[in-house]
Design a protein around this ligand. Structure first.
Ligand SMILES: COc1cc(/C=C/C(=O)SCCNC(=O)CCNC(=O)[C@H](O)C(C)(C)COP(=O)(O)OP(=O)(O)OC[C@H]2O[C@@H](n3cnc4c(N)ncnc43)[C@H](O)[C@@H]2OP(=O)(O)O)ccc1O
Ligand SMILES: O=C(O)CCC(=O)C(=O)O
Ligand SMILES: [Fe+2]
Length: 356
């Protein structure tokens, strides 16, 4: 294994991406300083002076979700924060712990084993191991590796998902189904849609993607990002984070950021662009950002709940029927996602693709 020099961007890329060592492999070289390829311009890093400590995203107890007061809190959080945490959500804590362990197990595999899942080697396009966000497009890299698995069927997952984490991911997807339906049921009531049924389930929750994010220890965390500021392109994202912390959320219509503190057994929910578009801007997909960490490795597991790639999404007819002017055009969801994957993270700019 040839060890690259820190200012040799080409050598670093070869080591991280082509040879499949990942950012984790680079971290394990214990370099004293961050390779140049990862040094983000100041405006792309999180400005810690903009972090407010006296506010936090709502934490909602879901045990009594049919209570109109709880339903109101969920819809208000989706409108005013775009992000909230849920506790007593019905997904067993054991299942969540198993997923985090499975994620660590995957990233602990030797590089030669993990390499099989790089896009160029993968036998399916539904499973891919990636470093940074899009290494072919990113000019400056993010300090993260991730495995992304698009769910097609249990049989397809059995055939292609890595065996060290597959069962835990599938169990997590099954166990979170009821929570996803509950959240969507509640959220659509405010859009004058009385129930979740076969007419709307496909475009609200017709496809799933689960990512395993690994943020290894970083020599100069203040100079880079774990994930740059972005909004998700999903309908909803259900995020499981470990106890490390480091996720920051932009406060609506402001320049301030709030930390999302890890709460044992909780899940973080965020609204994605697809739901912002379908609700004609009522529910907000909010920018978020992950910092790098100099002391601890971090894992997180976002479960992206999406329309199907073949769905055409736009403001829902029930919303427009109330007399609102449409803010977004209709777009094919797979075109929207492809647009997201063709450019580096840049705040909320993906949604411009659908703006009228
Ligand atoms: C990853 O780090 C992230 C992620 C995020 C937030 C992510 C989300 O919100 S994920 C929700 C994604 N939505 C879906 O998966 C919806 C359903 N899927 C689809 O619509 C399709 O799978 C598709 C993504 C459109 C791909 O369809 P298809 O044409 O059959 O497949 P390809 O030919 O393989 O890909 C087309 C195009 O997309 C690029 N791409 C696809 N998946 C990924 C991926 N996981 N990572 C990187 N790039 C991907 C692929 O390169 C192709 O690009 P072209 O330019 O060649 O067309 C937030 C923050 C993060 O850091
Ligand atoms: O790691 C996190 O806490 C968030 C990751 C994220 O925003 C994403 O993968 O889309
Ligand atoms: Fe995200």
């Amino acid at each position: 294994m040839a060890v690259p020099l820190i200012n040799d961007n080409k050598g670093i890329k070869t080591f991280v991406v082509d040879e499949g060592h990942g950012v984790k492999g680079l971290s394990e070289l214990r370099m004293k300083t961050l390779p140049q390829l990862f040094i983000q311009p100041r405006e792309k890093r999180l400005d810690m002076t903009k972090v407010v400590h006296h506010e936090s995203i709502p934490v909602i107890d879901m045990s009594d979700w049919e209570d109109p007061k709880v339903m109101k809190r969920i819809c208000d959080a989706a409108e005013n924060w775009g992000f909230f945490q849920v506790v007593n959500h019905g997904v067993p804590v054991r299942v969540l712990d198993d997923v985090k362990e499975a994620a660590k197990r995957f990233f602990l595999l030797p590089a030669d084993e993990k390499k099989k899942y790089l896009f160029k080697n993968s036998s399916t396009k539904n499973v891919r191991l990636v470093s940074s966000f899009i290494p072919e497009v990113d000019k400056v890299y993010e300090w993260k590796d991730y495995l992304s698995c698009f769910y097609v069927s249990d049989d397809e997952a059995s055939a292609f998902w890595p065996s060290v984490c597959r069962d835990q991911l599938l169990e997590y997807m099954k166990e979170s189904e009821a929570l996803i339906k509950t959240l969507l049921k509640v959220l659509i009531t405010r859009l004058d849609i009385p129930k979740l049924d076969e007419t709307n389930e496909p475009f609200l929750m017709g496809s799933r993607r689960i990512n395993l994010n690994y943020y290894p220890i970083c020599p100069n965390p203040e100079l880079t990002v774990g994930v740059g500021s972005h909004s998700d392109v999903s309908t909803l994202t259900i995020l499981l984070q470990d106890k490390t912390g480091g996720l920051y959320v932009r406060k609506l219509d402001s320049d301030n950021w709030v930390h999302v503190p890890p709460i044992k057994g909780s899940l973080t929910i965020n609204i994605g662009d697809a739901l912002q578009i379908m609700s004609n801007g009522r529910y907000k997909s909010i920018e978020h950002h992950v910092i790098a960490n100099g002391l601890e490795n971090r894992v997180s597991v976002p479960l992206f709940v999406n329309p199907r790639p073949i769905d055409v999404i736009g403001p829902l007819p029930q919303v427009i029927a109330r007399g609102e002017k449409a803010l977004y055009k209709h777009v094919l969801y797979s075109d929207y996602v492809k647009h997201f994957y063709r450019k580096p993270h840049n705040g909320k700019d993906t949604i411009d693709f659908a703006k009228l």
